[in-house]
Design a protein around this ligand. Structure first.
Ligand code: C5P
Length: 232
């Protein structure tokens, strides 16, 4: 049996990639994995234990013993957990510990299709994905969206501090040595600045439909797994 159709979505913080991934999964009847939640869950485990997210041994221990039930915990959405997530994500063994879970999700033949969103899906986790999208928007607009979201959760925070943290997060994610945030060479870029959720979704569906109808005939034979030499 061949692996499911894989849609890989990467992009910057608060670019709208998570919302888009969920909508695409619903639209095509695929399953969705928000891979940021894995890093957030590791970070939350470290924080709960009073550990330091910058300490590789502590973060790796949390990743290797991660309780998947934690992925649904609403606390993962908070600002401090997100900031700690980008710190634990810098450790190579943490990324290795989470890699198989993501690949297994993407290639589970029981699924019709899988949509994964994160920072390194098209470059490292699923370099052979059928469709790769890279989502970005101007920092000010992303900060505005995130500010509205966090204040909606009751967090006491200013727009300026959200913008500052967002720039720090972008910098950390895109300059780290391992699996840095960057578009895959064959990714399709969507700039969501000034676009509504439905506008972004419409653009993405047109792209996915066009790519899938063109690639159906060229789908790889069963048994062809992930490429072993990803481009980062
Ligand atoms: O997307 P989200 O804000 O939930 O991700 C939290 C952090 O987890 C990111 O800032 C990034 O450092 C890390 N992450 C990652 N690779 C992924 C998903 C998230 O490094 N595939």
């Amino acid at each position: 049996m061949s692996r499911p159709v894989i849609i890989a979505i990467d992009g910057t913080f608060a670019s709208g990639k998570g919302t888009l991934a969920g909508k695409l999964a619903d639209h095509y009847g695929f399953d969705h994995l928000d891979t940021g939640r894995l890093y957030r869950a590791v970070a939350q485990t470290v924080l709960t234990r009073g550990g330091d997210p910058d300490d590789a041994a502590t973060a790796t221990g949390a990743a290797r013993t991660l309780d998947i039930a934690l992925l649904d915990d609403p606390v993962l959405k908070s600002g401090p957990v997100g900031a700690a997530a980008s710190r634990v994500a810098m450790h190579i063994p943490v990324r290795q510990a989470l890699r198989d879970f993501q690949r297994d999700f993407a290639t589970d033949t029981a699924r019709k299709g899988a949509v994964l969103d994160g920072r390194d899906i098209g470059t490292v986790i699923c370099p052979d994905a059928d469709v790769k999208l890279y989502i970005d928007a101007k920092p000010e607009q992303r900060a505005q969206r995130r500010y509205a979201e966090l204040t909606g959760y009751g967090e006491d925070i200013t727009y300026e501090s959200v913008l500052t943290q967002l720039r720090e997060r972008d910098h950390r994610d895109s300059t780290r040595a391992v699996a840095p945030l960057k578009p895959a060479k064959d990714a399709h870029l969507i700039d969501t600045t000034g676009l509504s959720v439905d506008g972004v979704f419409g653009q993405a569906v047109r792209l996915v439909d066009a790519i899938m109808s063109g690639s159906r005939a060229r789908r790889k034979p069963p048994g062809t797994g992930m490429r072993s030499t990803p481009d980062s």
